[in-house]
Design a protein around this ligand. Structure first.
Ligand code: NAG
Ligand code: NAG
Ligand code: NAG
Ligand code: NAG
Ligand code: NAG
Length: 632
C-alpha cells in the first residue's frame, strides 16, 4: 500500500519537473471522480470523453426526460430525477466509500417543463448537511429552459458525500446530473480558512475567453472546474478599450499543487488602454464573506522588466493591493493572489483594476462565498437513527434521508425533534413522535445511543418484537408504546431512567414488572400496564408465580434454585455413593478381599440382628397378646 503511494508521488514530481506541457493526469494524486447521469438508465460517454454512470446512490424519487431533449447538447442533460411528495420531504444522493478529504461537487439543475405543469419548483439543496443552493419558483426563464451548472468545494469527513434536496411547499426537487471530484485538501488556502467552510462558486471567470473546461470543452482542469467568459461581468464603461491577449506559449507554474490551475487559464487575458480601468461587478449575498482569487501571467512579450506594468486592485473602492506581475514571477509564469472580503453592505461586489504604469492585464478571477458548515447530528446518534429507520420500517413518504437534524434551517426527519448539545457543537435527538403511522417493525437496540432522548411515542402502530435493553436512557422521561404488539418482558433497564409517563398498555408483554417501574406512579407520574395478559407483580396485576420475574427467575428464585441445586447435588452424590457401594458389592461378589468380606459379613449380621429383633418383637407382641398384664 505505502509502496504504491510513494510510487505515484514520485511519478507526479517527475512529470511536473520534466514538462508542464505534458498532461499530468497520470500523476495527479487525487483520483476519485463520479459523474452521475441522474435519471439516466445506461452508462455513456459524452463528446468530451467523460464517462457518465447510470443513475445511482439516490434515496428515492422518479426519473423523467426534459420536454425538448433536442435542445440539450449532452445526453446526461436530457434526463433528470425528481422527488415527488410520495418520496418524502427530504431526499439525497449519498456517494459511499469516499476517502475523507476535499471534493469539487457540481450539479446540473434543469426543469424544462418535464412535468407539463409549467411550474419550476422551489427547493433547497445541501451538501454535507449545509444548505448551499436555494431554488425559488419561478426560475429565470433561461435557467428553467436550459438548466444551470452550480459548483462548490466541500470537505467530506464521514466517508460519504451527502447531497440532499428539500422540497418547499410540496414542489418536487429536480436534479439533472451530479459530479463529485476529489481535489487537493489544501487547495484555496484551506489551511487558513479551516475545514468549517464550503466554498460556493459565485463566478469563475476566464478573461478574454469563452466557456471552457470539463463539460464544455476538451480542455482539462484536474479539479473538474469549468471556467466561464468574463465578458458578462465586465462593467460596460470599460468595454470600448478592452483588448484580448492570447498566447500559445507554455506558461510555467501551472497545474501545480495545491490548486492545479490549468495552463489554459493563463493563455488568454484582457487588457485595457493605458489610462483606463478594468471593472467587474459580481453579484453576492451580503450575509456571507467572499474569497476572491486573481490570476495573472505576463503574456505580452513586449513587457520585459519590472515596473512596466503596474496596477492597483480596488475592492468596493478600497485599494487592497498593488500588482507588478513581472516583478513577482517574470513573464510566461502564472501568478495568483487571493483576498477575503468581509462585512459587505450591498449585493454587488465591485472589483476594479486601476493602472499605475502601463495597461491593466487580468487572466482570471474567481469568487467564492464562504458558507459556514452547519451543525451536524452527533455521528453515533445518526447511526442509531438509521438503525431505527430500518427496524421500524419507516415508509419512504416520511423522507428519513440524510442527516436526521441538519441542515438546521430545514425540518428534522418527520416526527423527530432535535436540539443542540450542551456545548452547542452538534445536534442531538430530543424527541421521537411516531404515533399512529402504521409502522410494522420493531425497536432496534441501537436506540440506547440516543442519550439525549426525552420523549418516545410509538403508540398505536403494529410494532412487535421485544423491548430492547437499550430502552431506558437516563434522559427518557415520557414513553408511550401503547397499542402495539410488543412481546417479552419489560427490560430491567427501563427502571434506571427519569420516567414520568410510561404507557405500555395494550401489548402482549409478560413477566414480572420491575418494582422500580411501578414506583413511577408513586412519584407523581403516570403508568399504564393494562391490557397485557402476561404481566404480573405490579399491584393491580396478578401475583407472579413463585420465583417468576421478568420472563425468568427472580433473584430470590435464583437463590432458591441455587439452594435446591446444592441439595440435588448432595442427593446425587449420595446416589452415586450408594450405586458405587452396590457396584462394589457386585464387583467383588466373586473375589472377596478381607475387609469387604467383613463388611459383607457385618451386613449379614445386621440383617440377622434385624431378623432377630423382629422375631423378638413378634414374640413380645405375642407374649403381650397372650398376657398383657403379665410383667416380664
Ligand atoms: C475531444 O477530444 C476527443 C478525442 O479525445 C475527440 O474525439 C472529440 O471530437 C473532441 N471533442 C471536441 C468537441 O472537440
Ligand atoms: C491568500 O491570502 C492570504 C492572506 O493574504 C495569504 O496568507 C495566503 O498566503 C494567500 N494564499 C496564496 C496561495 O497566495
Ligand atoms: C466586520 O464587522 C465586525 C462587527 O460588525 C467587526 O468586528 C470586524 O472587525 C469587521 N471586519 C472587517 C474586516 O471590517
Ligand atoms: C462538546 O460535548 C461533546 C459531548 O456532548 C463532546 O464530545 C465534545 O468534545 C465537546 N466539544 C467541545 C468543543 O467542547
Ligand atoms: C402519542 O401519540 C398519539 C397520537 O399518535 C397521541 O394520541 C398520544 O397522546 C401521544 N402520547 C403522548 C404520551 O403524548
Amino acid at each position: 500500500m505505502s509502496v504504491v503511494l510513494l510510487l505515484s508521488f514520485s511519478l507526479f514530481y517527475l512529470y511536473s519537473s520534466i514538462s508542464t506541457a505534458q498532461s499530468p493526469s497520470q500523476s495527479y494524486p487525487y483520483g476519485i471522480s463520479y459523474h452521475i447521469d441522474c435519471g439516466g438508465s445506461t452508462e455513456l460517454t459524452d463528446r468530451f470523453n467523460t464517462a457518465w454512470q447510470a443513475d445511482r446512490f439516490y434515496t428515492g424519487g422518479s426519473t423523467a426526460i426534459v420536454s425538448e431533449p433536442l435542445r440539450f447538447k449532452h445526453p446526461q442533460e436530457k434526463t433528470l430525477r425528481y422527488f415527488p411528495p410520495s418520496s418524502g420531504k427530504k431526499n439525497c444522493y449519498v456517494i459511499p466509500n469516499l476517502p475523507n478529504g476535499r471534493y469539487y461537487v457540481r450539479t446540473f439543475t434543469v426543469y424544462d417543463n418535464y412535468d407539463g405543469k409549467s411550474h419550476s419548483p422551489s427547493f433547497d439543496a445541501s451538501v454535507e448537511g449545509t444548505v448551499v443552493f436555494s431554488w425559488r419558483s419561478p426560475w429565470q426563464e433561461d435557467l428553467a429552459r436550459s438548466g444551470a451548472y452550480s459548483d462548490l468545494f466541500a470537505f467530506v469527513s464521514d466517508g460519504q458525500a451527502d447531497v440532499c434536496f428539500y422540497s418547499i411547499a410540496t414542489d418536487p426537487p429536480v436534479i439533472g446530473s451530479l459530479e463529485v471530484v476529489q481535489v487537493d485538501p489544501s487547495s484555496y488556502d484551506s489551511g487558513e480558512i479551516g475545514q468549517g467552510y464550503i466554498l460556493v462558486n459565485y463566478g469563475r471567470l476566464s478573461c478574454g475567453s469563452g466557456q471552457w473546461g470539463p463539460g464544455f470543452s476538451n480542455d482539462t482542469d484536474l479539479f473538474g472546474r469549468s471556467w466561464q467568459s468574463d465578458s458578462d461581468f465586465r462593467v460596460s464603461e470599460s468595454e470600448k478599450s478592452i483588448k484580448t491577449v492570447v498566447t500559445k506559449n507554455a506558461i510555467a507554474g501551472t497545474e501545480k499543487s495545491p490548486n492545479y490551475f490549468p495552463m489554459r487559464l493563463y493563455q488568454t487575458a484582457v487588457a485595457v488602454g493605458d489610462k483606463e480601468e478594468l471593472e467587474y461587478e459580481l453579484e453576492v449575498d451580503a450575509k456571507l464573506d467572499y474569497l476572491l482569487w486573481f490570476h495573472f501571467a505576463e503574456i505580452d512579450s513586449t513587457v520585459k522588466k519590472a515596473g512596466e506594468r503596474v496596477f492597483d486592485i480596488l475592492i468596493n473602492e478600497k485599494n487592497v493591493k498593488r500588482i507588478d506581475i513581472f516583478k513577482e514571477v517574470g513573464s510566461f509564469h502564472a501568478y495568483s493572489w487571493n483576498y477575503t472580503v468581509k462585512n459587505l453592505s450591498s449585493t454587488t461586489l465591485s472589483v476594479k483594476l486601476v493602472t499605475v504604469a502601463g495597461a491593466v492585464l487580468l487572466s482570471g478571477l474567481e469568487n467564492y462565498a464562504l458558507v459556514p458548515a452547519d451543525l451536524a447530528t452527533v455521528p453515533e446518534q445518526v447511526n442509531a437513527m438509521k438503525a431505527l429507520k430500518d427496524s421500524l420500517k419507516i415508509p419512504d413518504r416520511m423522507g428519513w434521508n440524510g442527516d436526521p437534524c441538519a441542515p438546521t434551517t430545514w425540518d428534522a426527519w418527520e416526527g423527530v425533534t432535535c436540539h443542540k448539545n450542551k456545548n452547542g457543537t452538534a445536534l442531538v435527538i430530543f424527541q421521537i413522535d411516531l404515533g399512529s403511522q402504521g409502522l410494522k417493525g420493531s425497536i432496534s437496540d441501537q436506540i440506547s445511543l440516543l442519550s439525549n432522548l426525552v420523549s418516545l411515542n410509538l403508540s398505536s402502530n403494529s410494532l412487535g418484537g421485544t423491548l430492547p435493553d437499550g430502552l431506558g436512557q437516563k434522559s427518557l422521561s415520557r414513553l408511550d408504546l401503547s397499542n402495539n404488539q410488543f412481546t417479552g418482558s419489560i427490560p430491567e433497564t427501563l427502571t434506571s431512567s427519569s420516567l414520568q409517563l410510561v404507557l405500555l398498555n395494550d401489548n402482549s408483554l409478560e413477566g414480572r414488572v420491575p418494582e422500580e417501574l411501578y414506583s413511577v406512579g408513586v412519584h407523581g407520574g403516570a403508568i399504564d400496564l393494562s391490557g397485557n395478559k402476561g404481566l404480573c407483580g405490579a399491584p393491580p396485576l396478578t401475583e407472579c408465580p413463585l420465583f417468576w420475574e421478568n420472563g425468568g427467575l427472580s433473584y430470590k428464585g435464583k437463590i432458591a434454585v441455587g439452594v435446591s441445586s446444592a441439595f440435588v447435588f448432595c442427593m446425587l452424590l449420595l446416589v452415586v455413593y450408594v450405586i458405587c457401594l452396590r457396584r462394589s458389592r457386585h464387583d467383588y461378589d466373586f473375589g472377596l478381599p478381607q475387609d469387604l468380606m467383613s463388611l459383607y459379613a457385618k451386613r449379614n449380621r445386621y440383617q440377622r440382628q434385624k431378623s432377630l429383633m423382629n422375631l423378638e418383637m413378634e414374640s413380645q407382641h405375642a407374649k403381650a397378646l397372650q398376657s398383657p398384664s403379665t410383667p416380664r
